[in-house]
Design a protein around this ligand. Structure first.
Ligand code: FRU
Length: 494
């Protein structure tokens, strides 16, 4: 084991136990200690699901990237494992960036990641260059492959950037061969997704480009994923430097889902529908995994590069993963629902039906910060309301609101008054499909986050909140009158 890895492991071992479990989310994964960004290496290995993540154990700031490691049987209970990789080789000294995992024909676990290295360029500049590298292991210990890097600038198409060449997502084809997609920057400076193939998982060659931004959907395309789902082909990307487009895409680091069709033989992908993956404040770099029962599960970093200013001081962790989400396609849209395993941990059911709401109402036993709550909102027959609002994580000073304006069909999440002290984005608005005033919201809260699934998963809205935990009231408000059903559970881990 390298000195850098040993140091990181003993740092975790020594300091992580000082973080109280009550100071973490209950069922969302956080780093063992320090900083976490992208999910990496989401894979099934020897009967368990593994998840690695971009990791800097030594502080709650981004730093030389390691790979943190955890595993789960049910996507809800996470078991922490020792940090799996440190930046300890010439080709990854500046960081082990994002990547993915699969299984080799001989049963070993294969990690595919981006090695970052500082290099003297022909023009005399020192630039970071990125190559794709492998590590092989047994589910706990990993060793970097002796032939690293396996994809370098030599393997790029003409004009492809060796500075922005990262985030390989690997999978195995039904015939046993392997493919990976990786983000790249083309000659026009904007993003592309490249496809590579391998017979054995170790030796790789370029197939070609799958799709490119052409400066339309942001610049560098980070963390691509590419898979078939419900008879269609899906390309997920996390572009940098996006420009806003209506309420669909906001400026900065965004998430984009492109649904289309794919001719595998010709490597030709044609776009049919383009949408945001998540419409909230904090979501980025999601990665998916197809599990044995056929479900395609996606997990994302429930944070965004643009909102890092909003960070609690005196915590020894920062960054959390989203709830794993089941994906499907309906009517050309990506549908996301919280992984069904969560339902096993629901308790203390509280139900209200046909509650008239006008003005502000609290309902007995509807409160909490670790909850799974579904709201069905509908107009009083013949009498359309103006707007409906739910107030979450509330006390006399703090509140995070979800407000639905019926005439515009705009839903807005607002955490301005959630105890924030940084002047970053605290609101997002999204256009919801108009259903004559009917709206269904499933709201998950887990101490430091809110995830909203609108109309059975047609849209997802995720945000971190660092509101003090004593702010746990919930209330409902309407301008005009609505009829409300509430089904609320606490989540408890057994
Ligand atoms: C996305 C990203 C990746 C990169 C990693 C570095 O959030 O910028 O492109 O691999 O984070 O930590």
């Amino acid at each position: 084991m390298s000195e850098a890895l040993e140091k990181a492991q003993s740092f975790e071992y020594k300091h992580a136990p000082s973080i109280l479990e009550e100071q973490r989310p209950l069922f969302h994964l956080t780093p063992t200690i320090g900083w976490m960004n992208d999910p990496n290496g989401f894979s099934y290995y020897k009967g368990e699901y593994h998840l690695f993540y971009q990791y800097h154990p030594y502080s709650t700031e981004w730093g030389p990237m390691h790979w943190g490691h955890a595993k789960t049987k049910d996507f809800i209970h996470w078991e922490r494992l020792p940090v799996a990789m440190a930046p300890d080789k010439e080709y990854d000294k500046a960081g082990c960036f994002s990547g993915s995992a699969t299984v080799l024909p001989d049963g070993r676990h294969l990690l595919v990641y981006t090695g970052v290295q500082k290099r003297l360029m022909p023009d005399g500049d020192i630039k970071e260059t990125q190559t794709q590298c492998l590590a092989i292991g047994d589910g706990v210990n990993y060793e970097k492959w002796s032939n690293n890097p396996v994809l370098t600038q030599e393997d790029l198409p003409t004009g492809g950037s060796s500075v922005d060449f990262r985030d390989p997502k690997v999978w195995q084809e039904p015939d046993g061969s392997y493919r990976l997609v990786v983000g790249n920057r083309t000659e026009d400076g904007s993003g592309a997704v490249l496809l590579y193939k391998s017979e054995n998982g170790l030796d790789w060659s370029l197939v070609g480009s799958v799709d490119a931004s052409q400066r339309q959907y942001g610049m560098m395309w980070e963390c691509p994923d590419f898979f078939s789902l419900d008879g269609q082909q899906v390309l997920l990307i996390s572009p940098q430097e996006m420009r806003p487009m209506g309420l669909e895409f906001h400026a900065g680091n965004g998430t984009v889902c492109i649904i289309g069709s794919y001719d595998k033989e010709k490597n030709h992908f044609s776009r049919e529908h383009v949408q945001a993956i998540d419409y909230g404040i904090d979501f980025y770099a999601p990665q998916t995994l197809e599990i044995a029962d056929g479900r395609r599960i996606m997990i994302g970093w429930m944070q965004n590069w643009n909102t890092l200013g909003e960070k609690p001081r005196d915590y020894r962790w920062f960054g959390q993963m989203s709830i794993p989400r089941e994906l499907s396609i309906q009517n050309g849209r990506l549908i996301q629902t919280p992984i069904r395993e969560l339902e096993q941990y629901r308790c203390n059911r509280v139900v209200y039906q046909n509650v008239p709401v006008s003005g502000e109402t609290e309902l007995q036993n509807v409160e909490g910060r670790i909850i799974d709550m579904t709201l069905n909102i509908r107009p009083v027959p013949g009498d359309l309301y103006n707007c409906f609002q739910v107030n979450l994580a509330k006390d006399e000073e703090c509140v995070t609101t979800l407000r639905y304006q019926l005439d515009t069909s705009i839903l807005k999440i607002d955490r301005t008054y959630s105890g924030c002290s940084a002047d970053v984005v605290h609101t997002r608005s999204l256009m919801v499909r108009h259903c004559d005033g009917a709206l269904k919201l499933r709201i998950l809260m887990d101490r430091y986050s809110i995830e909203v699934f609108v109309n059975d998963g047609e849209q997802a809205v995720s945000t971190a909140i660092f509101t003090r935990q004593t702010a746990c009231a919930i209330s409902f408000e309407a301008v005009g009158s609505v009829i409300l059903d509430v089904e609320k559970y606490d989540i408890q881990l057994t």
